[in-house]
Design a protein around this ligand. Structure first.
Ligand code: PLP
Length: 232
């Protein structure tokens, strides 16, 4: 089932790229495997997937230990500072940096472990109370401040758009975050590039691609619905 789902997602990505006049190679598909068993990740791996997204540090570490080491692991969930150390050298990209304190901890741990960690700044573009992430103005100052820290490299922005029935409803948010990334890129801040725009999930990744996403994070569309029920 994972293989068939992936084919379907791949087809939709290609179509969205075509509509937007973009090359397929500009968009990276991240398979969001949170809550899913290793066997399903292996299916995706066999189908060629090398980018996996997880939102819990412990779960990512458990999967990291048993799966092939050519996988790139993406931390996409809210991150507590005391867990940062476990990700060093293991997370290819941390998408969810939403405060200077978190950036400082990633910097300090990266220096200690002698690695450079790639990060994205998470922007709560719709200003939803329930979501993490900075607002537009904060994002700019956070990029400026975090850019001076050693051991980290800011590669772009990430957003989680509102949950909507009609993906068209998120188009303006995707456009706004793309504009924000262009504005930040124009500042030519040292140690900052805005080449990554991580936006779009199962419900809205095609619209996100049309609006410039370079990474889409697809879970349900690949692995099926998640079961958070007790005892599941
Ligand atoms: C769970 C999750 C996704 C994937 O969501 P789906 O709707 O299942 O595709 C993407 N991004 C983040 C940050 C997530 O937590």
């Amino acid at each position: 089932m994972v293989k068939e789902n992936l084919q379907e997602v791949e087809k939709k990505i290609e179509e969205a790229c075509r509509r937007a006049g973009r090359d397929r190679s500009e968009v990276t598909l991240i398979a969001v495997s949170k809550t899913k068993p290793v066997s399903m990740l292996q299916e995706a791996y066999s189908a060629g997937i090398r980018e996996f997204g997880e939102n819990k540090v412990q779960e990512m570490m458990d999967k990291y230990d048993v799966l092939p080491d050519d996988i790139h692991w993406h931390m996409i969930g809210h991150l507590q500072r005391n867990k940062v150390k476990y990700l060093m050298g293991k997370a290819a990209l941390i998408h969810s940096v939403d405060s200077l304190r978190l950036a400082e901890e990633i910097s300090a741990q990266s220096v200690r472990h002698q690695v450079v960690t790639d990060i994205l700044i998470e922007v709560n573009i719709a200003g939803e109370e329930t979501k993490f992430g900075t607002d537009r103005e904060e994002a700019i100052s956070l990029v400026e401040e975090a850019s001076r820290l050693p051991g980290i490299h800011i590669c772009g922005l990430m957003t989680i758009a509102p949950f909507v029935e009609n993906p068209e409803d998120n188009r303006t948010y995707f456009r706004q975050i793309r504009e924000l990334s262009v504005d930040i890129a124009a500042k030519k801040i040292d140690n900052v590039d805005m080449r990554i725009l991580s936006m779009g999930m199962t419900g809205d990744y095609e619209v996100a691609i049309e609006e410039g996403a370079t990474m889409v994070r697809v879970g349900t569309g690949i692995f099926g619905a998640r079961d958070y029920g007790a005892g599941a």
